[in-house]
Design a protein. Structure first.
Length: 259
């Protein structure tokens, strides 16, 4: 991702489209939950298309494309390629778009499944393809991770996209956040938590609420999977359970198969 990308100067007011692929559309709904600031956000952009809110056709020209959801059909694959050609900036939001998320769980063994599973897919969508993240199909400039996204995180990323930023996304694992928050570790209680290997950036919200991390931000590039498996063994947690839990949001991540 190019963190210095911005669309300032592309047009008087950046033209934005919001597109949904294979997802629950929950991340788009999250954007509407910032009622106190939504009008301020919308006042900085020309929102020309929002698939969730209108059935009007998408315009031919725009500056920023916000994409939610995984790529699961030939139609969606061609769509994101078209978005990349037209947009100066691509923002992928949510686990489905950034890691393939829940749809990505279907990737394993996809080729071997009987075609009858997909008989109800509209013909216009073309052939089903193995689920993948948007970034696996096109270059993505910015990402907003989590399932669902944090609305204020989206605002921060949108500001960076519109006005430029030299902020570098963290590649650390989430365990550091827990230490800074002075929250106890689930492994001392024999409870599995994927914060050991999950990319930081959410401030460990689930852990702060008393729930172990389920890994929705995806594997951290700094994750040490062999060491995490040893931590599971030491805590009496079956390694098989740990590996299975990782598949929920990391099924299409090659790093999961390499370590």
């Amino acid at each position: 991702m190019n963190e210095n990308t911005n669309v300032q100067g592309t047009s008087a007011v950046p033209r934005v489209v919001v597109v949904g692929l294979a997802s629950c559309f929950g991340c788009q709904l999250q954007i509407t939950n910032i009622e106190a600031h939504l009008m301020e956000v919308l006042g900085q952009i020309d929102l020309q298309y929002w698939q969730l809110a209108s059935s009007d056709p998408m315009p031919e020209e725009f500056d920023v494309a916000v994409i939610e959801g995984a790529v699961t059909t030939e139609e969606s694959e061609h769509l994101v390629e078209e978005l990349r050609q037209k947009a100066d900036t691509i923002i992928a939001i949510g686990a489905c778009a950034t890691t393939a998320g829940i749809p990505g769980m279907a990737a394993e063994g996809f080729i071997q499944r009987p075609g009858s599973v997909y008989d109800l897919v509209p013909e216009a969508c073309g052939e089903m393809i193995s689920p993948r993240a948007v970034g696996s199909v096109i270059d993505v400039d910015y990402e907003v991770r989590c399932c669902p996204i944090d609305a204020y995180d989206f605002v921060d990323v949108l500001q960076r996209a519109l006005y430029g930023s030299n902020k570098i996304d963290s590649t650390a694992t989430m365990c550091g956040s827990c230490k800074r928050n002075e929250t106890g570790c689930f492994y001392t209680k024999g409870v599995m938590c994927l914060g050991l290997v999950t990319r930081a950036g959410c401030d460990a919200r689930c852990v702060n609420l008393g729930r172990p991390c389920n890994g929705c931000r995806g594997l951290s590039p700094d994750a040490n999977l062999p060491a995490a498996r040893e931590a599971c063994r030491a805590a009496g947690i079956p390694v098989e359970d740990f590996d299975k839990a990782l598949e929920m949001f990391n099924q299409t991540d090659p790093a999961l198969r390499q370590a």
